[in-house]
Write a protein that binds this ligand. Sequence first.
Ligand code: GLV
Ligand code: MG
Length: 348
Amino acid sequence: MKLPADFYRPLAIGAPEPIRQLPVVPERMIHFFPPHLPKVRDKVPELVGQVDVLLGNLEDAIPAEAKDAARAGFIEVARAVDFKDTGLWTRINALNSPWVLDDLFQIVAAIGGKLDVVMLPKVEGPWDIHYLDQLLAQLEARHQVRKPILIHAILETAQGVKNVNDIACASPRMHGMSLGPADLAASRGMKTTRVGGGHPSYGVLEDARADGAPRTLFQQDLWHYTVARMVDACLASGIRAFYGPFGDFKDEPACEAQFRNAFLLGCVGAWSLHPTQITIAKRVFSPEVKDVLFAKRILEAMPDGSGAVMLDGKMQDDATWKQAKVIVDLARLVAKRDPDLAAAYGFA
Ligand code: GLV
Ligand code: MG
């Protein structure tokens, strides 16, 4: 077992000190782009400021013959663009793939100082995080990277879900976790062919009626259990939880419902794979104006956060004060990026 005293020690001589507090920034959408396509690369500067995080994808969905071009394209765009407040992430290939060493060696060497987060797919247990943690420290030391590059795990294997608590607290480099419903469905033997979302056959049938009338099947959420486990594991370790991809780009209401369930359960953001999903994520993961206004009233009614008051006939106490604070803190964060919302929340 690693001694607690060593937890925050750099893992290589010359590597930066690990962080103790995650940067407080909105991360409502992690917008994926395929960096091997020149047309897509050309559009990246327009996305700066429009999305909270831009992620160059090197893993699944990038064809094997385009892996080198994707890596080179990501480096090119990362060098050329000023990302300002927008986070710069990459999803590297899996640790057992033939591409991952080149991904890490070339990217940290070329743009390590600009890279905020490495997203690691197919994480099975804390050993995967420890390996990447050590390797990143060595590369940071070699290339004089001054700010630690954080790790974001994708929760997308049955074993990963079994080990989710240990993954969440494996390293001070842990930024958070995303649910990967497509790989997870395959790994678990779920009988679906979708990327996230519900399934019309997964439901609860209402009781039989005396008159023999047709019974309704109420569709259930396939992902509730995993998202809830992931949120508890992440929040217990002070890191962030995200819903991952939603594959049916045309079904915007279903995407919105999936994102909203994740938001209500504790996630801070989701992946956007298509421009329409940027808009959906912005709407869902920015707290609703009416909720913010009510939460502000709770905080104002209980300035020291204790005791009990009635507001519009509803009891408020120390615990609802804390819930209100979660909403108002998020609203303040979002307001810094979005002047319209700042005005609507009453912060302008
Ligand atoms: C994402 O990587 C997924 O497998 O859903
Ligand atoms: Mg996956």
